[in-house]
Design a protein around this ligand. Structure first.
Ligand SMILES: CCCCC/C=C\C/C=C\CC/C=C/CC(=O)SCCNC(=O)CCNC(=O)[C@H](O)C(C)(C)COP(=O)(O)OP(=O)(O)OC[C@H]1O[C@@H](n2cnc3c(N)ncnc32)[C@H](O)[C@@H]1OP(=O)(O)O
Length: 302
């Protein structure tokens, strides 16, 4: 972590050369609609579309997986896209949003941990840790433009950003609802919650598995702005401008000062956290409830 420079403190060495880029098209670039020069070239993969604007130094990153459930492939593609932008000094900020109607991110892809072997669950959880670490410590400004439902792991993705703008739609609820699924948020999800909304509000919301509608999310401090749906992107851009008005080095070092202890806690216990996760989700009782929950989701659709 090149802290002294104050420019890049994301822990690069964290990234593993995962051999799982099956079916991805990472690194491919294509002209954005309307053509244009380098500033308008977008790149991406099957599940993440990046629309960079070199002139402003801001890239819009759009998730485009079914329900944006965090599959192993989506996690990997997000980490790689993030790293690509971090390595390009043109960029200072990312707006993270969804290309999927009504859903910002459905959280963990439960099919990655239901009926899978322990080795797969471990690989999956490490990828989840990796994305959180990368986002939480990113040197770039990350603004979440939340244009859909944002439960559980989706909420964590949003909370890893520096600022959150939520569309004012009562169906777009946000929060950590793990307890309602019979699972327990690991300590670093809890820590991220506490860092955002404080201890008492987190204690209540975590135990109750609360999913907050927009007005309540704003009141408790889970999001920074609630705006009409058609103003989410423009408001995210205005927020970005506000954050980018601060000199990078001062903002980056301050961010690091605020977040490092929380990230270090996971870094110190990463293997134990993975083992806890695997032994927990591989229990027969948890597998049964995951199975039943997935079934309910599928039936609800029909
Ligand atoms: C004491 C020991 C302690 C040890 C502690 C260690 C570890 C702790 C263990 C675990 C912690 C793990 C942390 C978990 C965080 C999570 O993220 S869990 C996931 C929670 N997510 C949800 O509950 C969201 C579920 N989805 C929805 O509510 C809705 O889908 C939606 C997001 C509100 C969208 O609704 P919409 O109507 O638009 O879409 P559909 O419901 O029709 O869904 C379409 C399609 O997508 C499938 N799907 C949806 N969500 C998921 C998902 N999360 N995973 C997998 N698949 C999902 C859905 O089934 C449909 O599929 P299709 O029918 O095949 O098309």
């Amino acid at each position: 972590m090149a802290l002294a420079s104050g420019v890049r403190f994301a822990p690069r060495a964290l990234l593993r050369p995962w051999a799982l880029l099956r079916g991805t098209t990472l690194g491919r670039t294509e002209p954005a609609a309307g053509g244009g020069g380098d500033g308008a070239r977008r790149f991406g993969s099957q599940r993440v579309l990046v629309e960079p604007d070199a002139a402003s130094g801001v890239a819009v990153m759009k998730l485009r997986n079914p329900s944006n459930a965090l599959s192993l492939e989506l996690l990997t593609e997000l980490v790689i896209s993030l790293e690509k932008l971090e390595n390009d000094k043109t960029f200072r900020g990312i707006i993270l949003t969804s290309d999927c109607p009504r859903v910002f991110c459905a959280g963990l892809d439960l099919t990655e941990i239901c009926g899978r072997n322990p080795a797969h669950c471990a690989e999956y959880w490490k990828a989840m840790q990796e994305l959180w670490l990368r986002m939480y410590l990113s040197s770039l400004v990350l603004v979440a433009a939340i244009n859909g439902a944002c439960p559980a792991g989706g909420c964590i993705i949003a909370l890893s950003c520096d600022c959150r703008v939520l569309a004012d739609n009562p169906k777009y609820r946000i929060g950590l609802n793990e307890t309602l699924l019979g699972i327990i948020a690991p300590f670093w999800l809890k820590d991220t919650y506490v860092n955002t909304i404080g201890h008492r509000a987190s204690e209540q919301a975590l135990q109750l598995g609360s999913l907050f509608p927009p007005a309540e999310a704003l009141q408790v401090g889970l999001v920074d702005q609630v705006v009409p749906e058609d103003q989410v992107q423009s408001t995210a851009l205005s927020e970005m401008a506000r954050w980018l008005a601060v000199p990078d080095h001062a903002r980056q070092l301050t961010k690091n000062m605020m977040r490092k202890a929380t990230a270090d806690r996971l870094l110190r216990q990463r293997d134990a956290d993975t083992q806890n996760f695997v032994s927990f989700v591989c229990r027969d009782s948890i597998q049964k409830s995951l199975q039943a929950y997935l079934e309910k989701l599928r039936q609800r659709k029909g």
